[in-house]
Design a protein around this ligand. Structure first.
Ligand SMILES: *[C@@H]1O[C@H](CO)[C@@H](O)[C@H](O)[C@H]1NC(C)=O
Ligand SMILES: *[C@@H]1O[C@H](CO)[C@@H](O)[C@H](O)[C@H]1NC(C)=O
Length: 265
């Protein structure tokens, strides 16, 4: 299972790398080295029960903040209390930029009483590890080239409070962190050019389809990049991940952004 996760996510972050560079209008200056050791080590730090109020939760929160700092990001934490304390974690490059690409995931797990030691691997952890691993892989570009482009910024947001608390209805995500982010405009909403929410990544049969008409072109661009990488032999063999198909969507941390009219993917 974990091996599949790693194969799948490596491709995914490679594709996001390309999207970011394409958006910034630059050609990659250097080959980016796939650092699977870092991905594995990062994931290992996240795979622990981390429901709000638990020790694992504060350890993971502190780990995310420290990693972002070490990777050269400006960091922000937004704490709020709703029964227990929640903390959204954000890392930015060019925090004053007028336009942002926002990539997000959630780091909390649900406090499941019927599953002891629930780790939430695909439900949050892998997505968070991908964001940090992408930041590591793109490090030289982010710290040198993107810093010179004050018109655009990158925001990595790790939402808290995604999962329902024991007092919430069980059949839905609570999305406390992302709703709060949008309500407080932790980043001005009008500066967010595109929000990409990563979740449920790592299943063996993983495939990505488009959920929104207005970002269908971007989705297809990623699908074409995957095909190019396959043709040039740069991908380990596996099934097609980005498919030029449309699918229905699931409520997730991008919903609050949609309500405000942001472009999401
Ligand atoms: C990362 O973890 C996966 C799954 O356990 C393993 O197959 C792979 O060899 C690991 N990669 C490295 C570089 O250690
Ligand atoms: C989490 O679950 C444990 C075990 O069921 C329980 O003792 C604890 O009160 C719960 N904590 C929260 C914050 O929900």
């Amino acid at each position: 299972m974990l091996a599949w996760i790693v194969t799948g996510v490596c491709l995914f972050y490679l594709l996001v790398n390309f999207l970011l560079l394409h958006w910034a209008g630059v050609k990659p200056l250097a080959r980016f080295i796939n650092d699977e050791n870092h991905l594995n080590a990062t994931l290992a730090r996240l795979l622990k029960p981390r429901w709000p109020g638990s020790l694992g939760h504060s350890q993971v929160r502190d780990f995310l903040l420290q990693e972002l700092l070490d990777l050269g990001f400006h960091t922000d934490r937004d704490e709020f209390v709703d029964g227990v304390a929640f903390t959204n974690v954000m890392g930015t490059i060019n925090p004053e930029a007028p336009n942002f690409l926002l990539l997000c995931c959630h780091y909390d797990t649900e406090n499941l009483t019927d599953v002891e030691g629930y780790l939430g691997a695909t439900d949050g952890a892998v997505s968070c590890a991908i964001l940090l691993n992408m930041a590591k892989t793109l490090g030289p570009y982010l710290r040198e080239e993107l810093r010179k482009r004050l018109d655009i910024g990158l925001a990595l947001v790790f939402f808290d409070g995604h999962e329902p608390m024991p007092t919430d209805r069980k059949d839905s995500s609570a999305l406390r962190g992302s709703k709060r982010f949008v309500r407080m405009e932790t980043l001005p909403l009008e500066s967010i050019e595109l929000a990409i929410a990563l979740n449920f990544i790592g299943a063996p049969a993983q495939a990505y389809m488009s959920h929104y008409d207005n970002t269908y072109m971007l989705h297809n661009r990623l699908a074409e990049i995957e095909l190019d990488l396959r043709e040039s032999g740069q991908l380990a063999p596996c099934h097609l991940l980005f498919q030029k198909l449309k699918d229905h969507d699931l409520p997730d941390d991008h919903y609050p952004f949609l309500d405000e009219g942001n472009l999401v993917y």
